[in-house]
Design a protein around this ligand. Structure first.
Ligand code: CUA
Length: 162
């Protein structure tokens, strides 16, 4: 092989990845934005964190059965507790958490139910989890939120179906 053609191959080996990598990133961006619906917070779903006591649904935090086997938990996080902090559902339920924070950034982490979201003051976070196995599912704040951050926890109690 002549030296010039070898140099040509080296150049190709550099140029092709430098084209493929940005295209790969663009495709990944499109898939997450439009396919998986992941996007930055918008004005939609925003509430005034200082007015939560009079803003539905956060004026009445709690759990409601939307339809059989489907629950919605309206949850308020504040330093250093969740309201409600104890949630009871029958096994096989799907639970949508509609949550926000009234003061600082908190987290909502339910390790056994694949829930891992941030709760930002005034931003409404929605996440749905399925609870198939009876038992207690620990629910913790996993964003440092002050001196008693480590005490900020709750639980989902999944009761066996009778
Ligand atoms: Cu709330 Cu850490």
């Amino acid at each position: 092989m002549r030296p010039s053609s070898t140099a040509h191959l080296y150049e190709l080996a550099w140029i092709l990845p430098s084209i493929a990598i940005p295209i790969g990133m663009l495709v990944a961006l499109m898939v997450t934005a439009f396919g998986a619906g992941i996007h930055v917070p918008g004005d939609e779903g925003r509430v005034d964190p200082t007015e939560l006591a009079t803003t539905p649904p956060f004026d009445q935090p709690g759990i409601i059965e939307v339809r059989p086997g489907q629950y919605e938990v309206q949850m308020v996080a504040e330093a250093w507790s969740f309201t409600p902090s104890e949630i009871r559902v029958p096994a096989g339920s799907s639970v949508t958490f509609v949550a926000t924070s009234e003061d600082v950034v908190h987290g909502l982490f339910i390790p056994r139910a694949n829930v891992n979201v941030m709760l930002l003051p005034g931003q409404v976070t929605r996440v749905t989890a399925h609870f198939n196995k009876p038992g207690e599912y620990l629910l913790v704040c996993h964003e440092y939120c002050g001196i008693s951050h480590h005490t900020m926890a709750g639980k989902v109690i999944v009761e066996p179906r009778s």
